[in-house]
Design a protein around this ligand. Structure first.
Ligand SMILES: *Cc1c(COP(=O)(O)O)cnc(C)c1O
Length: 371
């Protein structure tokens, strides 16, 4: 398919958690200029909003908003719009992205606290229940679904149940799971779910997606601490003016995203994409273990999104050299993000297929300069 286009192929595959490798057809969709006032464009936005909502849940009580910026802008918009002046946020974190939500609240001068589970353990729903029981002031709870720091898939359904039983609002950072792992936002109890264009839906970077329970979003009018990150205003404008963004929208990125949604459907939907990611993941882990690498997490905690590996024990190993050798062979991997241990990560999302994993493993074997 790549050869149908005159622009050059990427010199390497991105095995990263986003931006990630996109298809030539997704990139080609950007070769048109669109007017944000035009009805063709607004219709496109409305179609995307409907599809994103449907991708996240079958529950008719949900709606979606698109917001300029990367995924973090979406998380910040949700946190600083949803929590009211007398509200309080509890963040359940086991990695850098969870801690980032806490930092967002802190910067926004929103009362917040943190259950930090460390980076190698899954959060315990019982502990969250106990915390909510003893802290009646907490109004919102935030969790990361797939913690990209380690690749851990968190027990969102069990935590969501506890949060909803306690009558609190549940914010889920589903950045690296929406479109790649089957779930239903309503079944997880998520009132606000955040993702972005450049993760498992396989678009290019430029905007974030928020899927929200309409009844909760409607309560947030006037709460935002920021103009450009006012999620309610952004949603209200899109609703009232049928797909109109408040400020300049990333039109090319939006068009590429529509193509990415078409390709997700053509692949067979989320279930088929999940199967491909799982197969990528399985081949990678098996092959890397055969080469002597050790995954950071036990199998039960891993996700088919990204896998963290311990650094090889040999002293001569050095990430930057390993990275460079792999890049020369056509693969870009990702540095580690775990605080206490030296790791590196390999993503298996994006336009990446089992044959790419097999080629990668051969490249890894050839790049093990330390053995
Ligand atoms: C990618 C990601 C984000 C957002 O990061 P940006 O760099 O702002 O796009 C947030 N949370 C998780 C879990 C992620 O994987």
């Amino acid at each position: 398919m790549d050869d149908a286009f005159s622009f050059p192929r990427n010199p390497y595959l991105l095995l990263t958690p986003g931006p990630l490798t996109t298809t030539a057809t997704v990139k080609a969709a950007m070769l048109r200029d669109l007017c944000t006032w035009d009805e063709d464009y607004n219709r496109l936005v409305e179609e995307i909003r409907r599809e994103v909502t449907a991708l996240a849940t079958a529950d008719p009580g949900y709606t979606s908003v698109l917001l300029q910026g990367s995924g973090t802008f979406g998380v910040e918009a949700v946190v600083t719009t949803a929590v009211s002046e007398d509200g309080e946020l509890l963040v359940v974190a086991n990695g850098a992205y969870g801690r980032r939500i806490h930092e967002i609240a802190r910067r926004g001068r929103i009362p917040c606290s943190l259950i930090d589970c460390g980076e190698l353990a899954a959060p315990d729903p019982g502990r969250v229940a106990a915390e909510l029981e003893s802290r009646p002031g907490v109004t919102h709870v935030a969790l990361v679904h797939c913690e990209t720091t380690t690749g851990m898939l968190n027990p969102a359904a069990a935590i969501g149940r506890v949060v909803k039983e306690a009558g609190r609002v549940f914010i889920l950072d589903a950045m690296s799971s929406l479109g790649g792992i089957p779930f239903d936002a309503a079944a997880l109890g998520a009132d606000f779910l955040v993702s972005s264009a450049n993760k498992c839906i396989q678009g290019v970077p430029g905007f974030s997606l928020v899927v929200a329970r309409r009844s909760e979003l409607e309560k947030t009018r006037g709460r935002a601490r920021s103009l450009s990150l006012d999620l309610y205003d952004q949603w209200e404008t899109m609703e009232r003016q049928g797909g109109k963004w408040r400020f300049t929208s990333p039109t090319h990125v939006v068009r590429a995203f529509r193509q990415a949604l078409v390709e997700l459907k053509a692949e067979g939907g989320v279930a088929a994409r999940y199967a491909r990611y799982r197969e990528n993941h399985r081949l990678l882990v098996e092959g890397m273990e055969a080469l002597g690498f050790r995954p950071l997490l036990p199998p039960s905690l891993r996700s088919p999104i990204i896998t963290a590996f311990h650094r090889p024990e040999q002293e001569r190993y050095e990430f930057s050299r390993f990275y460079r050798l792999l890049k020369e062979k056509g693969f870009v991997i990702y540095p580690g993000k775990v605080t206490e241990l030296e790791t590196f990560r390999i993503g298996h999302i994006g336009d990446v297929h089992p044959e790419d994993m097999r080629r990668l493993l051969a490249a890894v074997e050839e790049s093990m300069f330390w053995v």
